[in-house]
Ligand binder design. Structure first.
Ligand code: NAD
Length: 500
């Protein structure tokens, strides 16, 4: 069980504006309780006002010239210090993450490690913000390109990776010389505060990184609509992302959207079924299925479907569901009541559309009455067009669809609007390469789970999942910088002829 915060320490989470922690002037606030233990009141998220968001944007605008002019390697050094602090504080930060979001402590530590790796990697990019030198068509002329920051950028982030996702935006934005206003998810205010504290302690100057808590429709919208903000990097649901894109387009803002997924694992007839089952279970039920990259569908070739189902059901039934601070817990709670109800609705839909093979209910009794716990659930014989196979559920629910062979498997895997990640299990090298080519996703995994990614490797999806430049890796720099071209003529003479 998590240690409870004494009542006297329960606070309204402050905003961070111009280097000061300030209480929101709004009287509206939303309670945040531990999703694994309703008795644990963590505190309140303020519903900050549009005025408060405008003040944060103004602070970022004031801080911009000095930060832009600081040599990039010096900015990188501050990030390296942030990486060290993240490492030093990882146990304490991981416990807060588990308490607020619900994932297991092991998963929280994994998120912290990935975050630290990303910041370390990006801090090195500070010494590589390079352009190109290009030969000219003219004698004694040449051209070169340089990278310059955009100005004030707005970051809007979800609750499910409340450290990694914000930081993989903050780090490249800072290294490129931008200043930031960050609007985190309302469900994870205190972990957002902790992230900002770490960057401030690392030496990020006042006004360079600002944090405003509140609702998406109010302060999030103000960030998107405000003319000073030159770019928006958003991670969250498809519905919200599309709306943001439409609004930002009116201001010709640069936009990057990473949204939902409906990620398939394709299991072919020559697959190592034990390996496939282990990886499917990890991808489907790890983080309670609340990952954009979670495995939500299995597409299996009919001849091995019964054998695979046997392995999956056996494993799913053994998973321990509970408080993420318990060492043997594998599946934590849904993040809040609304998410839990949404998953329960899909359990009902699933019963109508397919055959229930494991789980299928909210868990009740004892400690389960103190949190939002759902049994790891598997539906078999799910039609390709069923809602269960098409819509993002974001919970511990797996759909299994049976197909005749390789081509049908690829078609079924691609038959969704999303395109984030996919896995294929096979021992056939030819099929590995063909699947990697034909799967309509941003990231393909072979004989490994749909989840995960490395600090220096681009991350993102296609179709209704991703829009704009990829996050993480060197491509992150492309989003947070503009390319400027410079032509130099060192003839000292009036140009004859070529002027076009
Ligand atoms: P959400 O879309 O409800 O909210 C995301 C953020 O947008 C929050 O900070 C929210 O307050 C803000 N927001 C809401 N309405 C807004 C508006 N009108 N204007 C501006 N901002 C607004 O998503 P969520 O429930 O927090 O997160 C879960 C979703 O995130 C899932 O769909 C998941 O797949 C997706 N996700 C995607 C990735 C990825 O990299 N592809 C990673 C993590 C999560």
């Amino acid at each position: 069980m998590a240690t409870l915060m004494p009542v006297s320490e329960v606070t309204v989470c402050p905003n961070y504006v111009g280097g000061e922690w300030v209480e929101s002037r709004s009287t509206r606030k939303v309670e945040r309780r531990n999703p694994a233990n309703f008795n644990d009141l963590i505190g309140y998220t303020p519903v900050s006002t549009r005025d408060e968001m405008r003040e944060a944007i103004a602070a970022a605008e004031r801080a911009y010239p000095d930060w832009r002019d600081k040599p990039a390697p010096k900015r990188g050094k501050i990030l390296l210090r942030a990486a060290q602090l993240l490492e030093e504080h990882k146990d304490e930060v991981a416990r807060l993450l588990t308490r607020e979001e619900g994932k297991t402590v092991a998963e929280s530590l994994g998120e912290l490690t990935r975050t630290t790796n990303i910041v370390e990697y990006i801090s090195g990019e500070a010494r590589r913000l390079s352009g190109e030198t290009l030969p000219s068509e003219l004698p004694r002329n040449f051209a070169y390109t340089i990278r310059q920051p955009l100005g004030v950028v707005g970051l809007i982030t979800p609750w499910n990776f409340p450290v990694a996702v914000p930081v993989w935006k903050i780090a490249p934005a800072l290294v490129c010389g931008n200043t930031i206003v960050w609007k985190p998810a309302g469900l994870t205010p205190f972990i957002s505060r902790r992230v900002v504290e770490i960057f401030a302690e690392a030496g990020v100057p006042p006004g360079v990184l600002n944090l405003v808590q509140g609702s998406g429709a109010e302060v999030g919208d103000e960030l998107v609509e405000h003319p000073t903000v030159r770019a928006i990097s958003f991670t969250g649901s498809n519905e919200v992302g599309q709306g943001i894109n439409a609004k930002a387009a009116r201001h010709l803002k640069k936009v990057q959207l990473e949204m939902g997924g409906k990620n398939p694992v394709v299991v072919l007839d020559d697959a190592d079924l034990e390996l496939a089952a282990d990886n499917i279970i990890a991808g489907a039920f790890g983080s309670t299925g609340q990952r954009c990259t979670a495995t939500s569908r299995v597409v299996v070739v009919e001849s091995v479907a019964d054998a695979l189902m046997g392995l999956l059901v056996e494993r799913a039934r053994k998973l321990k569901v509970g408080d993420g601070t318990e060492p043997d817990t594998f599946v934590g709670p849904s993040v809040d009541g609304r998410q839990c109800e949404k998953v329960e609705e899909y359990l009902e839909i699933g019963r109508r559309e397919a055959k229930l093979a494991a789980g299928g209910e909210r868990l009740r009794g004892g400690v389960y009455d103190q949190g939002y716990f759902i049994a790891p659930t598997i539906f078999d014989h799910v039609p390709i067009t069923a809602r269960l196979a098409q819509e993002e559920i974001f919970g511990p629910v797996l759909s299994v669809t049976r197909v005749k062979g390789f081509d049908q498997a690829i078609d079924a895997a691609n038959n969704v609007r999303y395109g984030l990640t996919a896995s294929v299990f096979t021992r056939d090298a030819n099929r590995v390469f063909e699947a990697a080519e034909r799967l309509e996703v941003g990231m393909v995994h072979v004989n490994s789970p749909t989840v995960g990614g490395e600090a220096h490797v681009p991350f993102g999806g296609i179709k209704a999942t991703g829009f704009g430049e990829r996050e993480v890796g060197s491509t992150a720099i492309d989003f947070y910088s503009e390319l400027k071209v410079v032509y130099i003529d060192y003839t000292g003479r009036k140009r004859e002829g070529k002027l076009y």
